[in-house]
Every structure is written in C-alpha cells, then in structure tokens.
Design a protein around this ligand. Structure first.
Ligand code: ADP
Ligand code: MG
Length: 348
C-alpha cells in the first residue's frame, strides 16, 4: 500500500480558510469590502477580545436575497464574477467567492440581511460552508449584518497563539482606519469599548477624517500629491503631511503622543506590499525626515495589472513596475525639494 493519502475535505477547507483569514483583521477587511461592494454608506464594526470572541460588521448596503442565502458561504460562489474574462474589468473588491466560505470554516457565522424591496429581514446560521437550517424571518433594517463568533475555535494552535487581544484589536483598528481615510464618503464606526473606538461622518470631507483620527496637527499640514503618466498609463495621487525631523518624530512616538499612518491603495485596493513605500522612505530618509501621514493611490490601466495573485488580494502584479516606481520617486524628490526645501530639517 502506498503512503500518500487524500486529506479529509474538512481539513483541506479549514487549512485553505486559515490561509485567507490568518487573523481577525483579515476577516474585517473581507467583510468591509463586501459591504462596500454592496454600496453601503454606513459600516459599523463591533468586536470583543480582539475579534476572537466576536466580530461583527453591519452595513446599510443592498442586502442579500433570501434565495441567495443558501449559497453565500459556499466556496467559489459569488454574485460578482461570471466568466474568467470578467477578471480583466473587476470593479468590485470581491470576485473569488471565498471570504464568507472561509469564515464559516473557522468561525460560527450568523447573517441577518434585508433588501429594500423585502417585507422583512431574514437570518440564518452557517458552519463549514453550509447553512445549518433554513432562513427565518427576523427584525432588521435594510442592509446586512454578519457576525462571526469564536474565531479559530477549530484551529486551537492558532487561537492560543493570539493571546494578546490588544494586538489583534489594534490591527483591526488599523485596517478600518485605512478604509475610513480612503473612503471619506462612507461613515465607518468601530465599537469595542476601548480607546481605539472611532466614528467618521461619511460626508466626504477628507481633512476632517484625518483630523478626527490623527489630530489637527497632522491634518493641518497635509498636502496633495498628483502625478499623471500617459507613457506608463498610470495616475499617482495621494496626501502627505509635512515631514518633520525623524528624531523629533521618534521622540513623539516613543512618548505615544503621536502615531504614524501610511497606506497604499492600488486601483482602489488596500495593499500591504512596500513597493510604493520604498521610494518615499528613500527620499525622506536621505534628508532625515519622517512624514506622520501618507496615503497613496496608484491607478493603473486595468489590463496591465493582476490582483488575482493570492486569495487575500494583498499583493498585485503590474507591468513596468520598476519604471513606474522610478517615476514616482523622481516626482516625490521634486515635491520634497520644492515644497519643503530644507526648512523642515530644523529640529524643534
Ligand atoms: P465575493 O465577495 O468574492 O463575491 P464573498 O464570500 O465575500 O465572495 O461573498 C459571497 C457573496 O455574498 C457576494 O458575492 C455577495 O453576493 C454576498 N454578500 C456578502 N456580503 C454581503 C453584504 N455585506 N451585502 C450584500 N451581499 C453580500
Ligand atoms: Mg468578498
């Protein structure tokens, strides 16, 4: 008899799910993206114990049809992508139909949802990709509320590793903050009865959001960035706060009197890869400067970029990467030289 055996399907599913959702903040990213895809203008996040005990996202988006409930947590079931060619023109965050399925393999999931044209809301529970019983009428406003309890209850090693709930909560907070700053037109709220709680108005005022989240000192010094390259078919925009001497910034951060924020969105997607951070750090680092706030957006022709590298869609592949990065670096060098000169080098 050979030694190779097929792993049981539930183990395969759990392992795959654990890769998409490594920690609570990954689940939040997926749920918030679903809410944005559903056209929500108000998104509220609740959590307990860093999201491990409870993680809940409610929105006022278009809701889920009662008939679709049975499929929402099934792997590779989506309302957003029909054929492979559509991948070239995805306008939504989601398209792989993996997030809710994954969540239901590593947590107990409850969904309450109401479409504007339905008489009432419906709710159901989900486990391991399946609805556990038929949908039931429920009380609820237009929109969707997804609750995950006991995250990683069936991955004990992972759960036991996440003992510092504060650290997980901080990462959830950071994830939501990125969305809030990227989308000032949407109201975001975080509730966990802790210092990190916040709520943005959703009235489209970017400076107000920055002021609310990072303080007036940072918001008042913010400058726009903008570069358009017809040759390489990209647009680079963003905002940066006036850099201060790195030494001053380090002291403030050690005293915890200030925090830094850096985010990169490529074609509207939050990406964690450092490709855009490097040129900025290089230019600032050479002058021993540090910017407390930096939010960058890179828009690239859809046909020249692939976001389908990994289920988390955290990394992207795009054409002429080095040349694009070099143009951005040169532009940023010019901006820093022209606007800030050397004045910012004065240590206060
Ligand atoms: P994907 O986003 O890739 O389609 P998901 O597993 O994240 O896959 O979601 C599966 C489907 O469930 C979506 O295609 C969408 O139809 C529905 N859905 C999920 N969350 C929401 C929500 N907050 N509002 C409305 N529909 C939702
Ligand atoms: Mg999704």
């Amino acid at each position: 008899m050979g030694l190779i055996q097929r792993l049981p399907q539930d183990v395969v599913n759990r392992m795959a799910a654990g890769e998409v959702l490594a920690r609570p903040c990954n689940a939040i990213k997926e749920l918030v993206e679903n809410s944005l895809d559903a056209g929500a203008t108000e998104i509220m996040v609740n959590m307990q114990n860093g999201g491990l005990k409870l993680l809940q996202v409610s929105d006022n988006g278009k809701g889920i049809e009662r008939e679709d409930f049975a499929l929402v947590c099934e792997r590779f079931a989506t309302s957003k992508l029909q054929k492979f060619e559509d991948l070239m023109h995805m306008k939504t965050y989601g398209f792989r139909g993996e997030a809710l399925a994954s969540l239901s393999h590593v947590a107990k999931v409850n969904i309450v949802s109401k479409r504007a044209d339905a008489k009432c809301a419906y709710q159901a529970n989900f486990l391991d990709g399946k609805m556990t019983a038929d949908t039931k009428p429920a009380a609820g406003k237009n929109g969707t509320c997804i609750t995950a309890t006991d995250l990683f209850y069936n991955l004990p090693t992972r759960r036991n590793k996440m003992t510092t709930h504060g650290e997980e909560a901080k990462m959830v907070n950071d994830t939501l903050l990125r969305f809030a700053i990227h989308r000032p037109d949407v109201s975001f709220a975080l509730r966990q009865n802790q210092a990190g709680d916040f709520r943005t108005k959703g009235d489209g005022n970017f400076r107000d959001v920055v002021c609310n989240l990072l303080g007036r000192d940072v918001a008042d010094t913010i400058l726009p960035l903008s570069l358009n390259s017809t040759r390489l078919k990209f647009t680079f925009t963003g905002h940066i706060s006036k850099p201060i001497a790195s030494a001053t910034a380090a002291i403030a951060q050690n005293r915890k009197t200030s925090r830094s924020f850096f985010s990169v969105f490529i074609n509207g997607r939050s990406v964690r890869c450092d490709i855009l951070k490097h040129p900025i750090d290089e230019v600032l680092g050479a002058r021993q400067l540090h910017a407390q706030f930096c939010a960058l957006h890179l828009q690239i022709d859809e046909t020249r970029i692939d976001v389908n590298v990994h289920p988390t869609k955290n990394s992207v592949i795009f054409l002429e990467k080095e040349e694009i990065i070099e143009e951005i670096r040169a532009y940023f060098e010019k901006v820093i030289g022209e606007i800030f000169g050397f004045e910012a080098l004065d240590v206060e």
